[in-house]
Design a protein around this ligand. Structure first.
Ligand SMILES: [Zn+2]
Length: 137
């Protein structure tokens, strides 16, 4: 992230709307550049005042229903925390695959296959692939 990009992302950053990667980049940038950190601090203060003012002000019923009507569907936008959880799920899936792969190679190393077993296993894989390809047509 460059200093020129900071004004563009600062609101999303304060609202927690950036992706995890972008949030980390912004975080790193604010740690490195004092000027941008000052901008962040003043924006955060303004942000806090706006949130306070908005909470103190009762929302007119008509405005509320208009806003609610204009929303596509409630919960359609993915919450950052949910994205994080999804990403964690993906990562743990990969870890799981890695463990399965490791266990498989470990087993193969401990019990080398006989040529017959190896042939059967490769045929099984071949048929398995064929079945998967057929089912996806
Ligand atoms: Zn900067």
């Amino acid at each position: 992230m460059t200093c020129n990009e900071v004004p563009r992302v600062i609101d999303a950053y304060l609202d927690g709307e950036l992706s995890v990667a972008a949030t980390l980049q912004a975080h790193e940038h604010f740690a490195l550049y004092e000027n941008c950190r000052r901008i962040l601090e003043s924006e955060a203060a303004l942000h806090g005042l706006l949130v306070q003012a908005a909470r103190a002000e009762p929302v007119p019923a008509e405005l509320r229903s208009q806003v609610l009507r204009s929303l596509p569907t409630v919960g359609a936008r993915t919450h950052p925390a949910r994205r994080l959880i999804a990403r964690f799920g993906l990562v743990s899936g990969f870890v799981g695959l890695a463990v399965v792969g490791w266990l498989a190679t470990e087993r193969l190393a401990l019990h080398p296959m006989t040529p017959l077993a190896a042939e059967l296993a490769s045929k099984h894989l071949l048929y398995g692939e064929g079945a998967a390809a057929r089912s996806s047509w």
